[in-house]
Design a protein around this ligand. Structure first.
Ligand code: NAP
Length: 250
């Protein structure tokens, strides 16, 4: 079990942090925890995972910047050797609001991180995992969103579009890599209690939308992490190209 090497992008807070800690509990022995700004949160999450027995490398990198992705993988290789499992999680929404009023630079930043960044992170992972390239196989989980199918009208349609891209990418890549030892799946969280909502400027969003959810509450980051860990694991050995909704029925 300890020969697995897991990377979680955006692993310092929210869903990513829950994946890091959940993976440590599940026996992943070597975890590369990426973050970009909040070093204290990264340290706290790493400490929790180390207390569970995992070796954790904290690697600062903006995965919206290609050069940072190259460095993130080089540092992971040097510390742990080639990656076997990836949670492609880092993502932002931008400020909530009408599409016509959105700042074009912010739209570009969301696409750079949520789409281009996620694709380039997956590309580096595939180069290391593919049995056609000398790797030992692996599993990739892309973090999508229910926004991809709901559209996020009036909130952040550009973010919804970025996650729609992730759903298409997941299906295509899963089929492309099916005979190279790599399973590729996505998890589509619904309304999950993390900092991302306040960061979008939509303070009170969780409370406002909770009654519209069939299960009548927001989900937790841990509940998303459980789905991620299932898809990462051999328990999901026949599952590839799936987008698993974790959305309370939304
Ligand atoms: P969050 O609480 O805001 O945490 C975001 C994490 O990503 C932090 O660790 C942050 O690190 C990191 N990050 C942000 N920008 C980054 C960058 N450029 N490079 C590397 N790391 C970066 O967000 P979350 O709610 O857990 O969301 C995680 C994923 O789930 C995202 O892809 C999001 O779109 C998706 N999702 C969330 C929800 C929800 O309701 N929460 C629903 C559907 C989908 P720093 O602290 O260092 O910035």
């Amino acid at each position: 079990m300890t020969d697995r090497v897991l990377m979680v992008t955006g692993g310092s807070r929210g869903i990513g942090a829950a994946c890091v800690i959940g993976a440590a509990k599940a026996g992943y022995g070597r975890i590369a925890l990426n973050y970009t700004r909040d070093a204290a949160a990264a340290e706290a999450t790493a400490a929790a995972a180390r207390a569970l027995g995992a070796e954790v490398a904290i690697i600062q990198a903006d995965v919206g910047v290609p050069e940072d992705i190259t460095r993130l993988f080089a540092e992971t290789d040097a510390r742990f050797g080639p990656l076997t499992h990836l949670v492609n999680n880092a993502g932002i929404t931008g400020r909530t609001g009408a599409f016509a009023d959105a700042d074009p630079a912010e739209i570009a930043r969301v696409i750079d991180l949520n789409v281009t960044g996620a694709l380039l992170v997956a590309q580096e992972a595939v180069k290391r995992m593919s049995t056609a390239r000398g790797g030992g196989g692996g599993a990739i989980i892309n973090i999508s969103s229910m926004a991809a199918t709901l559209g996020s009208a009036g909130e952040y349609v550009w973010y919804a579009a970025s996650k729609g891209a992730i759903d298409s990418f997941t299906l295509g890549l899963a089929r492309e890599l099916a005979r190279e030892g790599i399973r590729v799946n996505a998890v589509a969280p619904g309304l999950i209690a993390t900092d991302i909502h306040d960061a979008s400027g939509a303070v009170g969003r969780l409370e406002r939308l909770a009654p519209s959810i069939p299960l009548a509450r927001p989900g937790t980051a841990d509940e998303v992490a459980q789905a991620v860990l299932f898809l990462l694991s051999e328990a999901a050995s026949y599952t590839t190209g799936a987008v698993l909704k974790v959305s309370g029925g939304r």
